[in-house]
Design a protein around this ligand. Sequence first.
Ligand SMILES: [Zn+2]
Ligand SMILES: [Zn+2]
Length: 464
Amino acid sequence: MAVKIRFLGGVKTVTGSSHLVHNDRTQVLLDAGLYQGRRDEFYAVNSTFSFAPRQLDAFVLSHAHVDHCGNIPSLIRKGMRCKIYATHATRDLTRLMLEDAAKIQEEDIKYVNKINKRLGLPLRNLLYNQKDVSNAIRRIHPVPYDKSIMIAKDFHLVLLDAGHILGSSIIVLEIKDNDRVIKVGYAVDLGRNNLPMLNNPEIPKGLDYLILESTYGGRQHTPVEDAKGHLKEVVNRTIARGGKIIIPAFSLERTQEVIYLLDELLKEKAIPAIPVYVDSPLSAQITEAFIFHADYMNSKAAHAIQHGQNPFEFINLRFVASQDESKGLNMDKRPMVIIAGSGMCESGRVLHHLKNNIEDSRNTVLVVGYMAKDTLGKKIVDKSKIVRIFGVEHELNAEVVVMNSLSAHADKNDLANFVFESLPLKRIFLVHGDPEQSQILADTLSASGLNVHIPDIEEEVELI
Ligand SMILES: [Zn+2]
Ligand SMILES: [Zn+2]
């Protein structure tokens, strides 16, 4: 009975990860991420499936980022009835991420349909709603790390710690094929060593095949260890000018990491005790889930939380709840740190803070995450003289600092080392990367005599 992988999404691009592993009688889906694109494409791609969701026997979710979990409710809508396997932390974080994704869509559809109605155009449908989200979460069956369980006929599953975000997993499938077992590893996404709070990625043993991300297949990051010192310098420099530090940050993981480092700097008295505001209701909820799931953190962070040294509760830290309080921060002229979403400055409360602070050269915009092209965040990174916020032009006079040392993705060297440590491997499939990034990694690995393939979308490969 042939075992095959069909690469359905997150192939030659970084969003919409989804892959089907199957034999003649069993179908197991790995991830169902939201594909990000222009509005028409977004709704078309995410609502179309080239397989029958009802026929799936099991679903395994690697982690709670929406490019991996964001389209699960669409599958539920299309009839998926099987169990979803993920870690406990991933389940709780996925609930928050999906509720937020549904809310964003509801607002978007309301806005679009108002225009369409006026123009006499057909009205759009939601991809999914909050009810689909709760139906999806109900199907998630929590699985601990490092424990083999049978998930469907011929398929066993082991989750390993991927060290990428809290609760993230490397998925290992052990597939019975006549009198042999084929072992397939899926490290999408893969973290790095020494990230704040997280354990280092585990190395899978005895794999035959590896599906590997390649987001930074051709790049090298600044070491994680530089992050704290860099943050200290930026904060002190801005305070000395009497300015504010605005940090656009993703609500999941990056926000908690920045708070964690600020807490350490405050405890060491390396920075003055200025107020730190986290202005994102989603970040507040996610931080709660982090505290609840401290057992997924490295021993240092877990020990601190479990022994009354919670890094998310220091005295100057405040989670801003209401819009009014958020706007009120503008009246407060003291130096402060404001961490707010969205991470790429495309929406959310960070826009108000940028609008109010970007023209003042005493302030700093500290970029700690990835900024996709054509976003306001990218324009800030590129130090454009003029940027548009809420349709109004603003001069960018604030200092802009880019800090990529906190990247949660393995870089070129990390990825290659991970592969070398996982050898012997019959074949490596590179996904989750722009083509040039995947190609650089493929060339590096091929040069060491490894069998590497960058699949096309919808390509099916038999595991021989
Ligand atoms: Zn991820
Ligand atoms: Zn991803």
